[in-house]
Design a protein. Structure first.
Length: 289
């Protein structure tokens, strides 16, 4: 029974093993970035950036079809251009950064869907929007694992300035010249991991594996190390359960993975020991002296 439900799909089918490896790579690389997005109160920025890569990926699709290299390069260029453009608009005009990002996000989503729809089929559009984690090939796995390795290495190097910037950005700017470098590098990591997630989960789901495990971890850990560890564990478990649900119930794999992560978040809101609803409202014992 246990073998049939949990092990046989991965033991018997290579596409399930590749999907699992790809999801683990995304969980290890993207989820820590999501934790820092949450700590920096930039979670919605991650969502906007996820859609910002769509026009670049769509242009890559126009040039080379569903080419891994073309769509990756296009997505990276588009994501960085939108990040720079929204920052420029927010600094040079009266428009705030959140409104600027929202505007670029809507334009990017509409433009990307339009480009794919004019040259591709509905299947191509679904591939771009929701990904094909069960169709990952060796080249895609190499890309996902490379981005995950690069992300972990960069976060290890920038860990202290990132933590300082989360706690007090003004202090980091006053004592170090690393503030601008840290912020720019972090945005690059966000775009890279969203592009990686795009290949497996699509533009609409990629940010989910980045943000939902991070938000879930907030109810189970208080330290940054604990948040990172719990978030990665939640992401990996969500990926495994989502893939198994997809296999046994014939569900779309990307949405199944994100839905499992969403269920974990919902349960944590109620039962999480660090700020969950039940923990916050339990009667506290009063000690009399």
């Amino acid at each position: 029974m246990i073998w049939d439900l949990f092990i046989e799909p991965f033991a018997d089918f290579g596409f399930m093993r590749r999907a699992l490896l790809g999801c683990i790579a995304i969980a290890i690389g993207a989820t820590p970035v999501g934790v820092f997005l949450m700590l920096r109160r930039m979670s919605l920025t991650g969502d906007a950036m996820a859609h910002a890569i769509l026009p670049g990926a769509a242009v890559g699709f126009l040039i080379s079809g569903l080419s891994l290299g073309a769509m990756t390069i296009g997505g990276l260029i588009a994501g960085m251009l939108v990040a720079l453009a929204s920052g420029f608009v927010s600094r040079m005009t009266a428009l705030k950064e959140d409104a600027s990002l929202a505007a670029f996000y809507l334009i990017s989503l509409a433009l990307g869907v339009l480009i794919v729809s004019t040259r591709g089929s509905n299947v191509d559009l679904m591939h771009v929007l929701f990904g094909t984690v069960l169709a990952l090939d060796n080249a895609a796995l190499i890309l996902l694992c490379s981005i995950a390795s690069l992300s972990i290495g960069a976060l290890a190097i920038l860990f202290r300035p990132l933590v300082l910037e989360c706690a007090d950005p003004q202090f980091l700017r006053s004592v170090s010249k690393l503030s601008a470098v840290t912020h720019l590098t972090f945005l690059c990591l966000v775009v890279m991991n969203l592009v990686a997630g795009f290949h497996a989960l699509g533009t609409l789901m990629a940010v989910g594996i980045m943000i939902l495990p991070a938000a879930t971890a907030r109810f189970w850990a208080a330290s940054i190390g604990g948040l990172l560890g719990v978030a990665m564990i939640v992401a990996v478990i969500s990926s495994i359960i989502g893939l198994l649900l997809s296999y046994h119930q014939s569900l779309p794999s990307g949405p199944a993975i994100i839905l499992v992560a969403g269920i974990a978040y919902g349960l944590s809101v109620f039962f999480g020991p660090v700020g969950g609803l039940i923990a916050q409202n339990l009667p506290r014992r009063r000690f009399e002296t």
